[in-house]
Write a protein that binds this ligand. Sequence first.
Ligand code: SF4
Ligand code: SF4
Length: 168
Amino acid sequence: MRKFLKTLFPVDIFKGMKLTGTHFAKVFATANRRKVKMHVTEEYPEVPVKLAPRFRGRLTMLKDEQGEIKCVCCLACEKICPTQVITIESGKKEGRKTKIPTRYDFEMERCIFCEFCVESCGFDSIILNHQFELAAYNREDFSIGMLGESQNMFGLTPVGKFSYSDED
Ligand code: SF4
Ligand code: SF4
């Protein structure tokens, strides 16, 4: 009989709702007293997300004021990367004293965003930018890189199917 009544009147649900309501009222009252903004969710993607200055997004190569690739192929980032996702090949460019990467591959799907590569770079040539929308349909699309100066290792370019080598 008791079981039947319980089925008929879902007392436990009301108990749970009462508990939730009490908590909500308490939080609301406290927030009002402290003048805390109750709205804690972001209207993403309509409103851009405010990221912390030190947010670690996608690995990106930098150029200097003259538009030259800053990387000098010291290979420090490649060596320090704990997941071994950076592959660099170096070359020479006329008029440039230091080496220049002819290939810089970054397999992002295995990057753990530790920032060791950036810290190890003594030439401020790479950063982890604020790009966080990094979804892709295919595994290959996470392999990004550069060959020459136009591929997606620079800036906020989309994740795409760019993994180059001189042989491609
Ligand atoms: S952030 Fe860490 S895991 Fe990612 S490429 Fe740099 S060193 Fe490697
Ligand atoms: S540590 Fe900096 S300069 Fe050295 S290879 Fe990496 S990106 Fe280039």
